[in-house]
Design a protein around this ligand. Structure first.
Ligand code: MSP
Length: 650
C-alpha cells in the first residue's frame, strides 16, 4: 500500500433514495480506506452527490419541487445512510456547492480559452438515464443496455470537448500502467473502445431544455453537461488547483466505481485531466453489479432494490458491511439476499468468532478470577502464534490486490484455527484441577491474544463489533503492525464481568415474518440442521469430520427447576446445573411431551456452546437433545448412569 491514499466513491445521483448498489460501492471504498488508516497511511475518503442535469430536474418536477430543494432532501438521506453504515468519509461533496461550481467554471473557461471546446450541431440517439448520446456500438437491440429504454433521437447545438485527439496516448497509458484500471478485463474493455475513434464529447446542454446545471461562463444559454461537471468533483473537493489537499492527495487518487460508469471515468475523465494540465489519477477500480432476487441488476429505474439500511437496522451495520465485503467478489456481478446475509453472519460471526470469545471469557471469569494470566508458551502453542503474527502480511497483500473477500477469509481461517486449538486443549478439563491451572491460563491467554489480533484485522469491516469484542476482553485497539507481535495483550488485564452479547444469532424467519421465532421441538431443530449441512458446500456427501463434531460441546446437565413459558403451549423454561461450570437457562419446545413438574432432578444432554438465542423474551443458553419419531413422539436423551453434571458427552 502507498503511504498516501485518496479514495473516492461515485457521486450518487439524487433522483432516488440510496440503495444496495450505492451501499456496496461505498462500503468497499470505506473498508479499503479503513485498512489504509490501520496501516498508518495518510488517507482521505470522499463521497457525495451529483445534483445537476436533466434526470434530477425531471425527478424534482415530478414531485413539484424546485430542483435545489429536492436535491437538499435526497442529499440529506445519503448523509444519513452513510452514517448508518459507519462510512468514515472525510468529506461529502455536493455538486451544487459553491466550492465545486467555482472550480468547474474556471476549468471550463481555461479549456475553452485554449481552444479545446467548440460549438457544433449534433444529431444522435440520447439516453436520459445515461445523460448522454449513445454510440451505435453501445445500443443493444435498439435499447440502452443499462436502462432498458429506447434512446430518443435528438438534434441539438452543443459545445464539444476535443476528446478524440487523446485516444492514442490514453491507450498507451492504460497498456503500460498495470493496475491503472482494475480488474484487468475492464482495462481491456476500454482499450477496445479506444481502438476506434471515440469522437468529441458533447459537453453542454441548451438551457432552454435543461435549465438545471452550471452555466457556461462564455455562453449562459448553455449549461454544462452533467458528467463534465460531476467528474471534476474529484479535484474540486481537494481545492484544485492550489489547495493543500490537492497537492497532498491527488496523484494517489483511486476511484471506486460500478462498471456502468466505466467509460466516463476511463475515457472522459483522463482526457479532461490532460486538457486541464493536471496529472492523471492513480487508479480506477471497477466493481460489478449486485443483482436482485430476479437476477436483474438492482437499480432505481428497474425498481428491484433491496434496502441495505433496513438490513442494517435489523442485523447491525457491521453485519451488512461484513456480508458485502466477504461475499461479493470485487469486480464480478453477484446476487445478494437477506438469506445469504443471515447465513454469512451466523456462520462467521455468531458461530466462529462470537462463540470463541464468549467461551474464553466465561472460563477466565469462572476459573481465573477474571484476569488474563501470564502465559508460558509450549510447542503446542507455536502453530497458533505463527499464524497470528503472519496474518497482517497476508491481509496487506489481499487488500492491496482488492481481494477483500480473501483478506477476511484469511482472518476467519485463523479464528477457526483458534477454535480447534481451544477444543484440542480442552480448557474446561484443565480447569478441573489446580495442577493444570497454569496451562489453562496459557491456553486462554492465547485465545484472547488471538482475538485481539483478529479484532484489529477485522475492524475495517466491523468497526463497531471489533471495539465491542475488545471491550468484552478488557483490551485496547492498535494498528496493523501491532498484530505482528504476539503477547501485546497485557497479563493482568481485567475481563469485565458483564458484556453485551456480541453477535446474537440471527433468525431469518423471525425477521421476515416480523414475529417471534416459531417454537420448535429440539428434535426438529436437529433435523433442520442436518438438512442445511447436507446442502452446504463443505459437507459434501453429508458427512462431517471429527473436527466438525468436536466443535459441538455436549454436556450432561441436571434439571434444577422447570416452568411453562406463559402464553405458549410448546415451550418450557429449564434451569440446568452443569456442576462446576455453573447454571444455564434453556428454553425447549418439549411441553407437549413433558410436564414441568416431571423434570427437576433429571439428567439431560445439553449443547453447551450454542450461541444464545432469545425465545419469547427469554435468553436461551443452549439446547437439550431429544429424539423424535415419525409420529411425533418425543423422548429426552439422558445418560444411562448418574454421571456428575458437567460431564462431556462425545
Ligand atoms: N452520478 C453518477 C456518477 C458520477 S461520478 C462523478 C452516477 N450515479 S448513480 O447514482 O447512478 O450511481 C452510480 C454508482 O452506484 C455505480 O457506478 C455503482 O458504483 C453504484 N451502483 C448503482 N447500482 C448498482 C448495482 N446494482 N450494483 C452495484 N453497484 C451499482 O452514475
Amino acid at each position: 500500500m502507498s503511504r498516501i491514499a485518496y479514495l473516492t466513491t461515485p457521486l450518487y445521483y439524487v433522483n432516488g433514495q440510496p440503495h444496495m448498489g450505492h451501499a456496496y460501492t461505498t462500503v468497499v471504498a470505506d473498508v479499503l480506506a479503513r485498512y489504509h488508516r490501520l496501516d498508518g497511511d495518510d488517507t482521505y475518503l470522499l463521497t457525495g452527490t451529483d445534483e445537476h442535469g436533466e434526470k434530477i430536474f425531471t425527478a424534482a418536477a415530478a414531485v413539484g419541487l424546485e430542483p435545489q430543494a429536492y436535491a437538499d432532501g435526497i442529499a440529506a438521506t445519503f448523509v444519513e445512510a452513510w452514517k448508518e453504515l459507519r462510512i468514515s468519509n472525510d468529506d461529502f461533496l455536493r455538486t451544487t456547492e459553491a466550492r465545486h461550481i467555482s472550480v468547474v467554471t474556471s476549468v471550463l473557461q481555461q479549456v475553452y480559452d485554449q481552444g479545446d471546446i467548440y460549438f457544433d450541431e449534433y444529431e444522435g440517439l440520447y439516453c436520459v438515464g445515461c445523460e448522454r448520446f449513445l454510440t451505435d456500438r453501445e445500443i443493444v437491440n435498439g435499447k440502452c443496455p443499462d436502462h432498458g429504454t429506447v434512446p430518443e433521437k435528438r438534434k441539438e447545438g452543443n459545445y464539444f470537448f476535443r476528446m478524440d485527439k487523446h485516444r492514442q496516448w490514453l491507450a498507451e497509458h492504460i497498456r503500460t500502467t498495470p493496475g491503472f484500471i482494475r480488474p484487468a478485463r475492464y482495462a481491456n474493455e476500454v482499450l477496445s473502445i479506444l481502438s476506434e475513434s471515440i469522437g468529441d464529447l458533447s459537453m453542454s446542454r441548451p438551457r432552454s431544455r435543461v435549465p438545471w446545471g452550471i452555466g457556461l461562463p462564455w455562453d449562459d444559454d448553455h449549461v454544462t453537461y452533467v458528467w463534465f461537471d460531476a467528474l471534476i468533483n474529484y479535484v474540486s473537493a481537494l481545492g484544485y488547483p492550489d489547495g493543500e489537499l490537492f497537492g497532498r492527495y491527488w496523484t494517489q487518487a483511486r476511484h471506486f466505481i460500478g462498471k456502468d460508469i466505466l467509460k466516463t471515468h476511463a475515457i472522459f475523465w483522463p482526457t479532461m485531466l490532460r486538457a486541464m494540465g493536471a496529472p492523471l489519477y492513480a487508479g480506477l477500480n471497477v466493481g460489478g453489479f449486485l443483482m436482485g432476487s430476479d437476477g436483474q441488476k438492482m437499480s432505481k429505474s428497474l425498481g428491484n432494490v433491496v434496502n441495505p439500511f433496513e438490513l442494517s437496522k435489523r442485523y447491525s451495520a457491521d453485519a451488512v458491511r461484513y456480508y458485502l465485503a466477504k461475499d461479493v467478489p470485487y469486480g464480478q456481478d453477484s446476487a445478494v439476499s437477506e438469506k445469504a446475509l443471515v447465513e454469512r453472519y451466523n456462520a462467521d460471526l455468531a458461530n466462529d468468532l462470537g462463540n470463541l470469545a464468549s467461551r474464553a471469557r466465561a472460563l477466565l471469569l469462572r476459573h481465573l478470577d477474571g484476569r488474563l494470566p501470564e502465559p508460558v508458551q509450549t510447542d503446542a502453542d507455536q502453530a497458533v502464534i505463527a499464524t497470528g503474527i503472519g496474518l497482517a502480511a497476508h491481509v496487506r497483500e489481499q487488500v492491496g490486490a482488492l481481494r477483500l473477500s480473501a483478506a477476511l477469509e484469511e482472518v476467519m481461517q485463523f479464528v477457526r484455527q483458534l477454535n480447534r486449538y481451544f477444543n484440542d486443549e480442552q480448557p474446561w478439563v484443565l480447569a478441573k484441577n489446580e495442577a493444570s491451572k497454569p496451562r489453562l491460563g496459557t491456553v486462554l491467554y492465547n485465545c484472547v491474544e488471538g482475538l485481539r489480533i483478529t479484532s484489529i484485522l477485522l475492524e475495517p469491516a466491523l468497526p463497531d463489533k471489533a471495539v465491542q469484542l475488545r471491550d468484552s476482553l478488557g483490551l485496547k485497539g492498535g494498528d496493523l503492525a501491532s498484530t505482528e507481535t504476539w503477547g501485546l495483550a497485557p497479563a493482568g488485564t481485567v475481563i469485565p464481568a458483564e458484556a453485551a452479547l456480541l453477535f446474537p444469532r440471527a433468525e431469518l424467519e423471525e425477521t421476515q415474518a416480523g414475529s417471534q421465532p416459531a417454537a420448535q421441538p429440539v428434535a426438529k431443530t436437529e433435523k433442520k440442521r442436518e438438512k442445511t449441512e447436507k446442502s452446504g458446500p463443505a459437507a459434501g456427501d453429508g458427512q462431517i469430520s471429527i473436527d466438525d463434531f468436536n466443535r459441538v460441546e455436549l454436556r450432561v446437565a441436571q434439571v434444577v427447576a422447570c416452568e411453562a413459558v406463559p402464553r405458549t403451549d410448546k415451550l418450557l423454561k429449564l434451569t440446568l446445573s452443569l456442576g462446576d461450570l455453573g447454571e444455564r437457562t434453556v428454553v425447549s419446545g418439549i411441553a407437549g411431551s413433558y410436564a414441568p413438574q416431571d423434570l427437576p432432578g433429571r439428567r439431560v444432554v445439553l449443547v453447551a456452546n450454542l450461541q444464545p438465542a432469545k425465545l419469547r423474551g427469554i435468553v436461551s443458553q443452549g439446547m437439550i437433545l431429544a429424539a423424535e419419531d415419525d409420529d411425533g413422539n418425543l423422548a429426552l436423551v439422558h445418560p444411562d448412569k448418574e454421571l456428575a453434571p458437567g460431564a462431556r458427552v462425545r
